[in-house]
Design a protein around this ligand. Structure first.
Ligand SMILES: Cc1cc2nc3c(=O)[nH]c(=O)nc-3n(C[C@H](O)[C@H](O)[C@H](O)COP(=O)(O)OP(=O)(O)OC[C@H]3O[C@@H](n4cnc5c(N)ncnc54)[C@H](O)[C@@H]3O)c2cc1C
Ligand SMILES: *[C@@H]1O[C@H](CO)[C@@H](O)[C@H](O)[C@H]1NC(C)=O
Ligand SMILES: *[C@@H]1O[C@H](CO)[C@@H](O)[C@H](O)[C@H]1NC(C)=O
Length: 493
């Protein structure tokens, strides 16, 4: 069968293009967005896919996250998902910025208008806020539709590879073993694959945590003032309201069905890096009272008071340096998503980069074929490492922007209160990038040219950037000395 070109694929963009079977056996561990995307894309690219998940069932918990255009471009190959994605998204959304006192600093503005004013096409925004439960169910349905069975209740405790047989494998808590040509570790932060890749980066306390809550909008009926303040625009258009305090920030999203609020705050002692870690609203209200500086708007506290029981999660925000490696010595086990790189929420990139990883890896594995798996894995890492390390760093400078807002500048330029979402991130298509640059990257790999010095390949990171290992320690030191996060050379805008 003739190879399928990018042009064929793009001309045929509404079709789920199935590639011929290539005999590559893949094991995927974890059913987060990274694992599910890997399952879909590896299947579409002709591989045999098996998926293992620790929990007994799918976990539709969570509230909202940002999904970048570079991750959602893949829906062009999945028409059912595209249709659902278009229907569950926010339509004609607005955005507003306030001080935490409640004072409106930038009045409600249509997201479309804001994009147009920035010279961007409003019908392909750089990204959108999405509800995790809805997006997640959409992925699960697609996985079921194509007949991939997820094996639940398989707690993977170890990963291994066998150089002689060219296989990789997993061991579950019950002592079962499963093997394949390649094992994709998509088991999130604290992945059990850390041992086989040669160690774990340390998670460092940032001193910050996030309260997060999503609940049916009817709960606002309890309080007229809350209902009025957090209403939709013209009764039907969703709105994201940002509240910025000297040392904390909150985002509130009002949708037709749901109210979501999240607040970044100093740690209180009850936070955990766990999406099940609920706390009582009384605890939140107590801590809001105790925060230093001017008080939060009473109506915000009333919003917290309207939140149903067992809803508010106190999520610990941990910092991690870029990991030195994502793969086992013989490149048969590869980490993707949060297992490879975790993000601060302010980066707006956790879900996006996880999905991009899965697309890039599936593309490289298809291009390499069964006989070249280690090579494909290493090409994938070259395409991904500098990019994700840069996206991680953006989380730090965005957090500064949100926690230390310079209101005099915001008045002049509302963009100064909006997290950075640069063009090099959203204008990327991880599938086409891998297809166009795979052969060139293999050549450069042979010559020992690093990806960010490879003039034959366009950058998918800030143009002009050269990777230098950076560390959280250095960012903390800069912060303690009153310096902004040093992003490094290149065009980060
Ligand atoms: C329940 C849940 C709710 C979330 N809610 C939000 C949210 O509201 N906002 C937001 O910004 N981000 C949220 N996230 C995080 C966000 O989805 C991820 O940061 C991002 O999408 C990257 O996903 P991932 O697939 O790499 O990792 P994850 O989404 O963490 O998925 C990892 C998967 O691996 C499974 N797993 C872990 N260990 C093992 C093991 N030993 N054996 C087998 N399977 C294992 C986990 O059960 C999970 O299904 C949530 C994640 C989860 C799991
Ligand atoms: C979190 O909740 C899910 C779904 O209710 C459950 O399957 C899982 O075991 C819980 N995880 C933890 C760490 O408590
Ligand atoms: C958060 O903690 C820092 C450092 O301990 C402190 O200076 C600051 O006042 C606290 N902020 C709030 C809002 O309480």
């Amino acid at each position: 069968m003739a190879p399928i070109s990018d042009a064929d694929l793009n001309n045929n963009s509404q079709q789920t293009r199935e590639y011929p079977k290539n005999g590559v056996d893949v094991i995927i561990v974890g059913t987060g967005l990274a694992g599910l995307t890997a399952a879909l894309e590896c299947h579409r690219k002709g591989m045999n896919v098996r998926v293992f998940e620790k929990n007994d069932t799918i976990n539709t918990a969570g509230d909202m996250f940002f999904m970048g255009l570079s991750s959602t471009v893949i829906f062009k190959h999945w028409p059912e998902m595209k249709k659902e994605f278009d229907s569950i998204g926010l339509h004609d959304a607005y955005i507003e910025t306030r001080k935490h006192s409640g004072e409106v600093m930038v009045p409600p503005m249509r997201v479309r208008d804001r994009l147009a004013a920035q010279g961007l096409n409003p019908s392909t925004p750089p990204g959108t806020f999405q509800m995790r439960p809805l997006i997640y169910k959409m992925f699960v349905k697609q996985v079921e539709r194509i007949g991939i069975k997820v094996q639940f209740g398989k707690n993977v405790v170890d990963y291994y590879e066998d150089e002689e047989t060219g296989k990789a494998g997993i061991t579950t808590k019950d002592g079962e073993k499963f093997e394949a040509d390649i094992v994709i570790a998509a088991d999130g932060v604290g992945s059990k694959s850390q041992r086989v890749v040669g160690g774990q980066v340390r998670a460092i306390q940032s001193g910050r945590a996030m309260w997060r809550a999503a609940f049916p909008i009817e709960n606002l009926d309890q309080d007229e003032e809350v209902k009025k303040t957090f209403c939709m625009i013209d009764g039907s258009k969703p709105i994201v309201r940002t509240f910025l305090a000297p040392d904390a920030y909150a985002l509130c999203l009002t949708r037709p069905d749901l109210m979501i609020w999240i607040m970044n705050h100093n740690t209180t002692g009850s936070e955990e890096e766990n999406w099940n870690n609920t706390i009582d609203k009384e605890e939140v209200l107590e801590h809001m009272e105790k925060m230093s500086g001017p008080q939060w708007a009473p109506v915000f506290k009333k919003l917290v008071a309207c939140t149903p029981k067992d809803t508010i999660i106190n999520f610990n925000l941990l910092w991690r340096n870029p990991q030195p490696t994502w793969t086992s010595p013989k490149s048969r086990v590869i980490q993707i998503g949060d297992a490879a790189h975790s993000f601060l929420p302010a980066s707006g990139n956790g879900a996006t980069q996880a999905i991009e990883d899965a697309i890039s890896l599936a593309t490289c594995l298809q291009l390499g074929g069964k006989d070249n798996i280690p090579q494909a894995v290493n090409a994938h890492i070259r395409f991904r490492f500098v990019r994700t390390a840069c996206a991680q760093k953006i989380g730090f400078s965005n957090a500064e922007l949100l926690q230390e807002t310079k209101w005099d500048q915001v008045k002049l330029d509302p963009k100064k209160s909006v997290p950075k979402m640069p063009k090099w991130i959203w204008s990327h298509d991880p599938e086409i990038y891998a297809q166009e640059n795979y052969a060139k990257s293999l050549e450069s790999m042979k010559k020992g040219i690093p990806h960010d010095a490879d003039d034959s390949i366009p950058p998918n990171y800030p143009p002009g950037y050269k990777f230098e290992p950076w560390s959280i320690e250095q960012i903390i030191e800069d912060k303690n000395n009153g310096r902004e996060t040093d992003l490094g050379p290149g065009d980060w805008s």
